[in-house]
Design a binder for this molecule. Structure first.
Ligand SMILES: [Zn+2]
Length: 382
């Protein structure tokens, strides 16, 4: 038993293994953190944590994050991920995500900034807290659930205040009182005087109704935009950077599942990320590597149609999400655009060395299309 470095729970297991730390915590779930990030976070005792952010030229700049914010947000996000069965990940510095770090079992990499950015905006806290409460028990109507300040009781559906996005028990009490006054929860017992904090309640019919509604519209508040594309350093690096820039400048956060082959566990992550995304940008570029003129045997596999992109775009459309199409303007790519999607508006681009031709115009065109179809992103609104 040792102390969880995020939530300070003393019944966690913390183990050093090679260049990373493995943590199993009753609040935060299972995660791995790289040695460098772990020691930097442990050493962050001053007021600010200096978070290095990637720059296009492989360098980085620093973002200053208040240390209290870092721990508070991280333990809340970790608790929510555990409830959503989205734990089992490796926390890394964002600028190192593109390096081929070894995967540990089924664990995948999450950049620390991307991780912290999933903390809800102020107006979303109550809804996100209610959604978490809905995930806590078995979902059977009338089942009592418990919130304690620090501990989790294994034998009953319970959690600590982290799942409410509360920094302390006073805030936790305010959130629960708000949920109660909205008639989303029916309180059975509450005790939050002095040093004690324990709430026992169940989710009301109105609360479950609200949860169902939120699940249907959760992506409306999402700041994430999923990029479906062929990850190939040689051919798609320029467009990849341009797509990310267009999404960022339209006020959303680009999510790219990195250069990892689509194994089963990655597909789960893809599905999760698409579910949570506000929209998807799908690039249908496919390059015939060997410039074979018409090698029908080969062109569907080697540099051929990217099956993953079609799958992701199709899945997103089935989830009623807006999908923006882009494609490299060359006969190989255009020829392979499947007839089903040929009639859908596609934004074409042409390579230009490491970048793409008329990059600024392409970025602006895509941004305008996003604004026209889904509106400005939450990152542009205060
Ligand atoms: Zn923890």
């Amino acid at each position: 038993m040792s102390e969880c470095f995020l939530c300070k729970n003393e019944t966690a297991t913390l183990r050093e293994s090679g260049y990373e730390w493995r943590i199993i915590c009753p609040n935060c779930g299972k995660l791995v953190i790289t040695d460098d990030l772990y020691s930097d976070i442990k050493a962050a005792t001053g007021e600010c944590f200096r978070l290095p952010l990637p720059e296009p030229d492989n360098g980085y700049r620093y973002l200053r994050v208040p240390v209290a914010d870092l721990f508070f947000k991280a333990r809340c996000v970790a608790a929510e991920r555990k409830l959503k069965d989205q734990d089992e990940y490796i926390l890394v510095y964002d600028y190192k995500k593109n390096e081929l770090l070894p995967e540990v079992g089924n664990f995948y990499h999450i950049g620390i900034k991307e991780f912290l950015d999933s903390f809800p905006a102020t107006h979303e806290v109550l809804d996100r807290a209610l959604l978490n409460l809905g995930r806590l028990g078995s979902g059977i109507f009338g089942e009592s659930i418990y919130i304690f300040e620090t501990e989790v009781k294994k034998e009953i559906p319970s959690a600590n205040i982290n799942i409410l996005y509360a920094s302390n028990k006073n805030v936790a009490a305010k959130i629960l009182i708000n949920l109660k006054e909205n008639n989303f929860i029916e309180v059975e017992e509450m005790n939050y005087q002095g040093s004690f904090f324990e709430w026992k309640f169940y989710i009301s019919a109105k609360g479950w109704d609200r949860i169902a509604g939120l699940k249907n519209t959760a992506d409306k508040y999402s700041e994430k935009a999923f990029i479906a594309m062929w990850f190939d350093v040689k051919h798609t690096r320029g467009i990849r950077e341009a797509l990310k820039k267009a999404i960022l400048s339209s006020g959303y956060l680009p999510i790219v599942i990195d250069e990892v082959p689509h194994a089963d566990f990655i597909m789960n992550r893809v599905i999760n990320e698409i579910n949570e995304a506000r929209f998807v940008v799908a690039d249908f570029t496919c390059i015939n590597e060997d410039n074979k003129k018409d090698d029908k045997e080969d062109d569907k596999i080697k540099g051929g149609v990217r099956g993953g992109v079609y799958f992701e775009a199709g899945y997103a459309r089935g989830q009623r999400k807006k999908v923006f199409h882009t494609c490299r303007k060359d006969s190989a790519s255009e020829k392979r655009l499947h007839f089903d999607i040929k009639q859908i508006n596609t934004l074409f681009w042409e390579p230009d060395g490491e970048s793409i031709k008329d990059r600024d115009k392409f970025i602006d065109d895509l941004k305008q299309a996003i604004w026209a179809e889904v509106g400005k992103g939450p990152r542009l609104r205060k």
